[in-house]
Design a protein. Structure first.
Ligand SMILES: Nc1ncnc2c1ncn2[C@@H]1O[C@H](COP(=O)(O)OP(=O)(O)O)[C@@H](O)[C@H]1O
Length: 673
């Protein structure tokens, strides 16, 4: 369903034609927009207008998805569980059409898995259990058990008549050393470079003279919640990189928009407080040119699988709500799993300036000898892994190509639907229920002494779990925690099929994956589940194992004492979530004791949340063009001064020469006379 978009915007969007390019995969070495540094506004794309170029592409959605390595496992219920979101979805890195849903073909339906082989090793503590202090003060850098919302720069939140004054932070202000990462020695040099380059900008004239700042708004409509990210960048540096900062992340009250399937208007109404907040931040005269997007992720992908009409209704309602505000609304759509992974990867590498960097020669350039980082995202309903494997990606369904700032990137990316944290925990409970086939469920990952009830209807309310045909929806199930680490780990492992078969290296459920390579940022649920146990500070794998083991063996009373301020659900899920996270990383994505230190659990870099939204906006506003702007960009001021002096000298010399010639001619004339 198309969203309501004014005709003038439709025109702009129509410029963004799908581009045929290399390998017919929607890839184009796009044209840069020719922004000339020092001449603000000239040659610059109008803010809020999509860039002309499509810069990358992915496999066509029609490509077949490889069959699972293992034989299907019969599971009762209605239909198949979706477990894999293949990169076969066309990743259209171009302005989204309003209300356009992402291609469905990318949503690979899950194939049932075979039971994992017997005797698979569980998670084992390799050292004696370490004390857990979930209430310990946050490490340097201020990482804490935080809410989703945060104000990066409170001083800039007031609307003002003059957006150019006090609106954009100065470059000094932007030089916010991402101290969250200070404990990661490998990453630190890159961050020091980042900081130094920002100091370098500080030498430049203030960026916000003239047009002030530009803003962009992106709603992350996740399966568990929705957030509005408000971004800002200096207007005269629109085509530059590394300068977009997050002003605020506004958390929408209530669950994710997919929960409003039976009340679509409620999904739209819920967005209004955050839109009102944005209208207070973005100066009134700039609101109409502020590009605004809503991207929905796995929750909506699942709803679309279940009932596409309801999914469209929800999208239509959120579009209507956003369209009522005076912004340049560019549409609400459902991202494919591959887009989610790829935009997360762009965000990570943009924030670390591994794609393009401001050099000492005062030019933006692709940094030499800089390794890009991989991205690991754990949502509520899906998880993504995206990295540059350094070897050809053998499965075209998981292959992603980017050309960014004149450099080609060949990535591996895959999204597993239903393997986000909330849905995985639901699958675990359903499996335990089906194993018990009674109204009593013993949950080995819940603390001893914990008890709750849940109806069959509540348990089986997702396409990721299938109700047994005999299950009565109204039946009340009693779930009792047994706090048994080994049984818990075994149950978590049974959610996966780790066997790769003959087809080569894989992740899980028979999905091809080359061996992990280089450093990774692990964010969203990966960060939150381990941060709760204070395990995001570069702890060794043995300590992580020992800590999780200890928490999983604790009683309900003990964990309540350990986490006095946490919610009941957080405490209940501490063991399950961390066990699941570790299993996914180690057995699923195949990290090991050697590569474990290469995973950096992170929530923010330089006060900007790490997630897909920033990469999405950067792409749709063409802020990382496929080719660098023309070479005239970034000429040194000293060169201009030298050129002016040289010109003056040349003019002086020419006039001297002219005078001398005239004099000579005059004297020769006399001679003739
Ligand atoms: N402040 C937080 N504390 C704990 N967990 C969080 C927090 N913020 C996000 N999460 C977790 O991060 C994930 C975000 O998922 P979400 O974006 O809603 O899902 P998806 O990307 O699958 O649609 C969820 O697993 C959620 O529980």
């Amino acid at each position: 369903m198309q969203a309501d978009v004014p005709a003038d915007r439709a025109g702009a969007q129509a410029e963004a034609q799908p581009v045929k390019g290399r390998e017919q995969a929607g890839y184009k070495e796009g044209t840069s927009r020719g922004t000339v540094r020092g001449q603000p506004g000239r040659g610059r794309q109008q803010p809020g207008r999509p860039g002309p170029a499509v810069r990358c592409g992915m496999r066509s959605p029609e490509l077949p998805v490889p069959p699972p390595a293992a034989a299907p496992r019969a599971r009762p219920g209605r239909g198949r569980t979706r477990t894999s979101e293949s990169g076969s979805a066309s990743l259209s890195l171009r302005p989204a059409l309003p209300g356009q849903a992402g291609p469905r073909a990318g949503e690979e339906r899950a194939e049932p898995r075979s039971p994992p082989p017997e005797g698979r090793r569980g998670l084992r503590a390799q050292t004696s259990p370490a004390p857990i202090d979930g209430t310990a003060p946050a490490r340097a850098g201020g990482l804490g058990l935080g809410g989703r919302a945060g104000t990066a720069d409170g001083s800039c939140l007031r609307p003002g008549p003059d957006p150019g004054k006090g609106c954009c932070p100065s470059y000094q202000d932007q030089n916010l050393p991402p101290t969250q990462l200070a404990s990661f020695p490998i990453i630190r040099p890159a961050l020091q470079d980042l900081a130094s380059s920002r100091w370098h900008w500080a030498d430049q004239p203030p960026p916000n003279h003239g047009r002030g700042c530009l803003y962009g708004l992106v709603f992350d409509a996740g399966s568990t919640h929705t957030s509005l990210y408000i971004y800002r960048w200096p207007a005269d540096k629109e085509n530059d990189t590394g300068i977009v900062s997050q002003v605020e992340a506004c958390s929408v009250a209530g669950p994710g928009i997919s929960s409003y399937a039976d009340d679509p208007a409620g999904a739209g109404a819920g967005l209004k407080p955050c839109l009102d907040r944005a209208m207070k931040i973005v100066p009134a005269e700039q609101q109409r040119e502020t590009p605004t997007y809503l991207g929905a992720t796995a929750g909506m992908r699942l709803l679309r699988e279940e009932n596409s009409t309801k999914a469209e209704q929800v999208l239509a309602e959120v579009s209507k709500a956003i369209g009522a505000y005076p912004v340049d609304f560019r549409g609400a759509r459902i991202l494919t799993g591959s887009e989610e992974g790829s935009f997360g990867w762009i965000t990570v590498n943009y924030l670390l300036e591994t794609l393009v960097k401001f050099s000492f020669a005062e030019k933006w350039a692709h940094p030499q000898d800089t390794e890009v980082l991989g991205a690991l995202d754990l949502g509520g309903a899906s998880t993504q892994i995206t990295f540059q494997p350094g070897v050809p990606v053998e499965d075209r369904n998981t292959s992603v190509f980017f050309r960014l700032y004149g450099t080609d990137y060949s990535l591996y990316s895959h999204s597993y639907l239903c393997y986000g944290q909330s849905q995985a925990l639901k699958m675990l409970l359903a499996a335990l229920h089906q194993a018990s086939s009674r109204a009593q469920i013993s949950h080995p990952c819940y603390p001893k002494g914990y008890k709750e009830t849940i109806t069959v209807a509540e348990l089986y309310n997702s396409p990721c779990v299938r109700a047994p045909s005999s299950a009565r929806p109204g039946l009340v199930l009693t779930v009792t925690g047994t706090g048994d680490t080994d049984t818990c780990h075994a149950a978590v492992q049974r959610l996966f099929d780790f066997s790769c078969g003959a087809q080569g290296p894989c992740g899980f459920n028979g999905v091809y994956q080359p061996p992990v390579r280089g450093h990774f940022f692990a964010f969203s649920g990966f960060y939150h589940s381990l941060h709760f146990l204070n395990l995001t500070g570069g702890q060794s794998l043995s300590l992580v194992n020992a800590t999780i083991r200890k928490i999983c063996n604790s009683s309900w009373k003990q964990v309540q004492e350990l986490f006095p301020t946490a919610s009941r659900t957080q405490i209940r899920d501490a063991c399950t979530a961390s066990s699941y996270t570790l299993t996914l990383l180690l057995q699923g994505y195949k990290f090991n004791v050697t590569t474990w230190p290469n995973i950096h659990f992170i929530r923010q870099v330089a006060n900007t949340d790490v997630g897909w939204t920033l990469g999405y906006m950067l792409n749709l506003t063409n802020m990382i063009p496929s080719e660098p702007p023309p070479a005239v960009v970034g000429l040194l001021r000293s060169i201009w001064i030298a050129a002016t002096v040289l010109l003056a000298i040349m003019l002086l010399l020419s006039s001297c020469l002219l005078t001398a010639t005239c004099c000579q001619r005059d004297s020769s004339g006399y001679e003739q006379l």
